[in-house]
Write a protein that binds this ligand. Sequence first.
Ligand SMILES: [Zn+2]
Length: 244
Amino acid sequence: MLVRTRSNSIFSNHTNDGDDDYEYDITPVSTNSHLMQYLNRYETYEYSEWVEYGILPSPKNFDNLSESICSLCGKEDQNAMHYKYFSGCTPESERLGYNICCLCKIKFELVIKSRAEVIWDLLNNKNIKYFWAPRTRRDPVTSQRIYHGPYTYDKWRPISNYVSYMTDSTKGYPGVENTPFIFCSMENQYEQQNISKLIPIVDILKSNYNACINGKYDTTYDPNIDDPINTLKLPPDAKIILNY
Ligand SMILES: [Zn+2]
């Protein structure tokens, strides 16, 4: 059995050929009765957190889930729906998701929406094929990540509308899982290689805010001209609102 632990500080020295800044340790753990007891207790704990407070557990590996048991409340439902939710850049994350019973469905959709509230109109609009987001800034010689200077913006599309929380030491409190991210893939016409990464919601908000300012997505807008992550000052309650 595999247990995933996240070590995703952006100060990690790990660099890979993609554009992501996150690495995952996959720790093999032997299956024994103590562990199973612990996992069962933990599942029960997660079910009650969901039922009482609407706290969404992390997506689970479908291979370990019973198809007819709701991942959120633990109840049996032969017609449970299966939602695939990408939460990171590893092959393991492609197998993650939720089985959801019909009673949890509406609450689940509300929670998913509220986690991405400020960019929800952008994420969920079928007419919008891409949005802008910044490329990770790296030193051209050493490839080390850099934390200052202008951004280059590219076109991306979300792989799912699931928000995962990660630690980003450039935002909020260092060392605390503080930043909501969306897993995105680059909309790239020129390169064969498929690049995907986790992009902070706040960066997507700023990169696209001016394109949406009139309630329609302005496809002529290019954030490479005004570098909004560095220049745009938004009120704390700013969100993207589209009228269609
Ligand atoms: Zn349920």
